[in-house]
Design a protein around this ligand. Structure first.
Ligand code: NAD
Length: 482
């Protein structure tokens, strides 16, 4: 069923069936490009969650007992379906999240790649046989951990849920995903791909609800064996504490405030173009978005000039419109937060070189904004901005730049520009972050791990490390008998 906006009505998916919540409670889904309500998402009750947990427990037994070749074939089929539906999934994503259609459809295609990679990698989740000292047949086995409870945000409506679904299902686990109530349509489309690919009932369940209620219930539920979360640091700490209290492991993909260091030997124009492209992708609502631009004082003029040029070349508008390269912010909270950060910086003496106030039109539009003379005590220099605003700060020597870069409690992504391999190696060693890019500001890749240090979380998504949390290691010592 679709609404007047061509937006399909989101549903819960429990034990292989689409359903409304038990009480019929819903919350609105809003198109950030217009501020209009485009749909209603059902909110699960605890009884719905208990059904999902029971389904995941039974689904786990079915799925781990399914031969891996069969599992892999189903996952590849789901990836094929997602690719064939990417344009339609992208359209739904743009309606509910705002990013430009091409970016949204590309996200759907990319996550199909992540699913394929995990599915293939899980075929190599080898154990080992150890020459034992006591003559037993001693081996190490890797088995799926069990039902996973996953909580995902609204900035990557396909990417975030798929990272968790792909790892869980590839490892042989079942999963309950609570995707964002603000972007439920994309999550439903992902689930439909698995359903149509023949995934058995109960292996993948999708719920929406009051986030705090759902997470408290599912984390404590005896069926849940692993907690996976992507979102803000404060919510991550809350969920990690709840998981710890229940002695359950967790993977926490949290926020950052990524520094970019442009060294004295870098090309300032290339650095500015690459950094600006990354900054304004998804309107800056990316946990790894470059967000503090530390530029050597000898280059800061050329870098800033090119960065402003790139910011002004961004075409802001409804993501469904041709030629738009940056959509609105995804919700009103972000708009308020960005307005607050800019007002605070300006009150403390910052200069706005371009942008600096919301667009006068319906929807949650904030233009690419570049600031200089931002003092250290401005909130923008310490709080994750999660929006299209870029403070540019000059530095005199690399020690000082690294001190500023590492001064925050975050440690997710960091970027460096330099022509010197020795300097690049120094940045690699000394940046306190889990994801480093040198001479570019690339996004995440599925063949290598992503994740943070310090308050940015723990555990990794992607690469062989991404499966680690979803597998348990068992030592088996077998005394052979006749
Ligand atoms: P928020 O902290 O309230 O929520 C972040 C996400 O967590 C949302 O998807 C929300 O539904 C979910 N959530 C909130 N409380 C929860 C709970 N008790 N249990 C389970 N899930 C819960 O903030 P927000 O306004 O949605 O986003 C603002 C900030 O969140 C941003 O500034 C950014 O720092 C961070 N964020 C980070 C990422 C990321 O990719 N790491 C993604 C989205 C948001």
């Amino acid at each position: 069923m679709t609404t007047d906006h061509g937006y399909p009505a989101p549903r819960l998916y429990i034990d292989g069936a689409w359903c409304e919540g038990e009480t019929g409670r819903t919350t609105e889904v809003v198109n950030p490009a217009t501020g209009q309500v485009i749909g209603h998402v059902p909110l699960a009750t605890t009884a719905d969650l208990d059904r999902a947990a029971a389904a995941a427990a039974a689904g786990f037994v079915t799925w781990r007992g399914t031969p891996i070749a069969q599992r892999t074939a189903i996952l590849h089929r789901a990836a094929d379906l997602l690719v064939s539906r990417a344009d339609e999934v992208g359209r739904i994503m743009t309606l509910e999240q705002g990013k430009p259609l091409a970016e949204a459809a590309n996200e759907a295609r990319r996550v199909a790649g992540a699913l394929r990679w995990d599915a293939d990698d899980a075929r190599r989740a080898y154990g080992r046989v150890i020459p034992s000292e006591d003559g037993t047949l001693l081996s190490v086995r890797r088995h799926p951990i069990g039902p996973v409870a996953a909580f995902t945000p609204w900035n990557f409506p396909a990417g975030s849920p798929m990272r968790k679904i792909a790892a869980a299902l590839s490892a042989g686990c079942s999963i309950i995903v609570k995707a964002s109530e603000e972007t439920p349509g994309t999550a439903c489309e992902l689930v439909r791909c698995f359903e149509d690919a023949g995934l058995p009932a109960g292996v993948l369940n999708l719920v929406f609800g009051e986030p705090a209620e759902v997470s408290a219930h599912l984390i404590a539920h005896p069926a849940t064996r692993l907690v996976a979360f992507t979102g803000s640091v404060p919510v991550g700490k809350l969920l990690a504490s709840a998981a710890g209290a229940a002695m359950k492991p967790s993977v926490m993909e949290l926020g950052g405030h990524a520094p970019v260091i442009v060294c004295a030997d870098a090309d300032p124009v290339t650095a500015a173009r690459r950094a600006a492209a990354a900054k304004f992708a998804n309107a800056g609502q990316v946990c790894t978005s470059p967000s503090r631009f530390l530029v050597h004082e000898s280059l800061v003029g050329a870098f800033t000039e090119e960065f402003v040029r790139a910011a002004e070349a961004v075409v802001v508008g409804d993501g469904l419109d041709e030629g738009v390269t940056m959509g609105p912010l995804a919700n009103e909270r972000r708009l308020t937060a960005i307005e607050g950060l800019v007002a605070d910086a300006v009150a403390r003496g910052a200069k706005v070189l371009t942008g600096g106030s919301r667009l006068d039109r319906p929807g949650y539009y904030y233009p690419p904004t570049v600031l200089t003379d931002v003092p250290d005590d401005a909130a923008l220099m310490t709080d994750e901005p999660f929006g299209p605003i870029a403070p540019i700060v000059p530095f005199a020597d690399l020690d000082e730049a690294l001190r500023i870069a590492n001064a925050l409690p975050y440690g997710l992504a960091a970027y460096g520009f330099t022509r010197s391999t020795a300097t690049a190696e120094r940045l690699t060693r000394e940046f306190e972050a889990g994801i480093l890019s040198i001479n570019h500001c690339g996004g995440s890749v599925h063949e290598a791990p992503s994740g943070g240090v310090k308050s940015s979380g723990y555990g990794r998504e992607g690469g062989p490390e991404g499966l680690d949390a979803y597998l348990v290691t068992k030592r088996v010592s077998h005394l052979l008998t006749d």
